[in-house]
Design a protein around this ligand. Structure first.
Ligand SMILES: NC(=O)C1=CN([C@@H]2O[C@H](COP(=O)(O)OP(=O)(O)OC[C@H]3O[C@@H](n4cnc5c(N)ncnc54)[C@H](OP(=O)(O)O)[C@@H]3O)[C@@H](O)[C@H]2O)C=CC1
Ligand SMILES: C[C@H]1O[C@H](OP(=O)(O)OP(=O)(O)OC[C@H]2O[C@@H](n3cnc4c(=O)[nH]c(N)nc43)[C@H](O)[C@@H]2O)[C@@H](O)[C@@H](O)C1=O
Length: 329
């Protein structure tokens, strides 16, 4: 007897962003290999996800089976600190609209992307999922973190009350193709790739690095993140539920290894060919001293990161060189 697979209609929200585009690339590759998938996307200009009525109409007419929520107001430490109202308002609105309207339209499965900044500033290291809501948050990104925590709790609440299958992954700091290379609003990896590249091009003898250089961060290449996202989304429900609980259902995604910001700067100097000196601008915030993910929950489910930091940074830099004119920022 031949089995006929049912075509799934998957809506990737935020498909033009770094993570959404990486997830879309993987899904398109599977589609090209013959998998029965219908991929649904809308740019920000076509559908403003903070607009409740527009999101309601979109879900009512398109009725996707699965939603990947990779759209968000995103930025580095300074952007979070400078625009707290935008970070809390836009993220809460997008999450409420998408999760509620997905439920209303009968969406079976949804994957919400949060962030490692949901954990307390001084959480135990590495940070297990259970450290959520056990302490005070890092002030530079508290509004964004509160919105991300609300996203987790929205998914859990709809699951508990309505029996939906809405899952959450918490990525560590990400980087890779399609990143935002804005000089001041971006995250540290794209900011440094650009700044060191420009220093080499201009013959500058010094590059400024924000903060003291002592904070530690864990970095995951976006292709690993895309793979992990689809891995979690597609785990059968019994396996997923065996590893989570209804009120602690999110899953950390990372490499389980971190480096200091100084070490990151030295590695990026090497990759870009910068041989001058580093100057640490201690007027800029350090943020959380350390945020290393405990990735044992995801490892127990069967997924591990594959791309090393050096290989991943080279790939991101190659992408930047090839797309210098069109890169965001
Ligand atoms: N980058 C990182 O280091 C990390 C990211 N994450 C999370 O991963 C997810 C994806 O992040 P990332 O890909 O880096 O972010 P990007 O900024 O690269 O992409 C975000 C996407 O969301 C879209 N978007 C933003 N606002 C709206 C809106 N009002 N309506 C419709 N679309 C909108 C953007 O469109 P447009 O650009 O046109 O506005 C963009 O396509 C987010 O949830 C983020 O919080 C978590 C941890 C680390
Ligand atoms: C993903 C994560 O991203 C943010 O938190 P963050 O981890 O602090 O991320 P960041 O990449 O901006 O900085 C990491 C470290 O690097 C240092 N640093 C040095 N030089 C530059 C620099 O040139 N740019 C930036 N941005 N940082 C620099 C910087 O001072 C800090 O010590 C939040 O949005 C948070 O909400 C979130 O989710």
């Amino acid at each position: 007897m031949s089995s006929v697979s049912v075509e799934r209609k998957i809506y990737v929200a935020g498909h033009r962003g770094m993570v959404g585009s990486a997830i879309l690339r993987r899904l398109q590759a599977r589609q090209a290999a013959g998998e029965r998938l219908q991929l649904l996307t809308r740019s920000h200009a076509e559908l403003d996800l903070t607009d409740q009525a527009a999101v309601r109409d979109f879900f009512a007419s398109e009725k996707p089976d699965v939603v990947v929520l990779a759209a968000a107001k995103v930025g580095g430490i300074l952007a979070n600190n400078n625009y707290p109202a935008e970070f809390i308002y836009e993220n809460l609105m997008m999450e409420c609209n998408l999760i509620h309207q997905a439920y209303q339209a009968g969406v079976r499965q949804l994957l919400f992307l949060g962030s490692s900044c949901i954990y307390p500033k001084f959480a135990p290291q590495p940070m297990p999922e259970s450290s959520l809501l056990t302490g005070v948050l890092e002030p530079t990104n508290e509004p964004y973190a509160i919105a991300k925590i609300a996203g987790i709790k929205l998914c859990e609440s709809y699951n508990r009350q309505y029996g939906t299958d809405y899952r959450s992954v918490m990525p560590t700091n990400l980087y890779g193709p399609n990143d935002n290379f804005h000089p001041s609003n971006s995250h540290v990896v794209p900011a440094m790739l650009r700044r060191f590249h420009e220093a080499v091009a201009s013959g500058a003898s010094e590059v400024v690095v924000w903060g003291t250089g002592t904070p530690k961060r864990e970095f995951l290449h976006v292709d690993d993140m895309a793979e992990a996202s689809l891995f979690v989304l597609e785990l059968d429900r019994a396996s997923y539920e065996a590893n989570v609980s209804p009120m602690l259902s999110h899953i950390n995604v990372g490499t389980g290894q971190d480096v200091t910001i100084r070490e990151l700067a030295e590695t990026i100097a090497h990759i870009t060919g910068f041989t001058g000196s580093l100057r640490f601008d201690t007027d800029k915030p350090d943020g959380t001293p350390r945020k290393l993910m405990d990735v044992s929950r995801l490892a127990a489910m069967g997924w591990r990161a594959r791309i090393s930091l050096v290989d991943g940074l080279r790939d991101a830099y190659d992408w930047f060189l090839a797309h210098a004119n069109e890169a965001r920022g």
